[in-house]
Design a protein around this ligand. Structure first.
Ligand SMILES: [Zn+2]
Length: 50
């Protein structure tokens, strides 16, 4: 199931599955916020996307 994370900066990050979502959020965290994101955080913040 696709999931979306609404980043506090306003970015919406959508992944087709958990692995993709985590990867995209980690890339976004590094590129935009210069933060390392642990695997649990995107999954805890994720909401169903449809
Ligand atoms: Zn962001």
């Amino acid at each position: 199931m696709a999931k979306v994370v609404n980043c506090p900066c306003g970015e919406k990050i959508t992944g087709e599955n958990d692995d993709e979502l985590v990867r995209l959020v980690q890339e976004h965290g590094k590129a935009v916020h210069r933060q390392d994101v642990s695997r649990g955080d995107p999954l805890a913040m994720a909401q169903p996307a449809d």
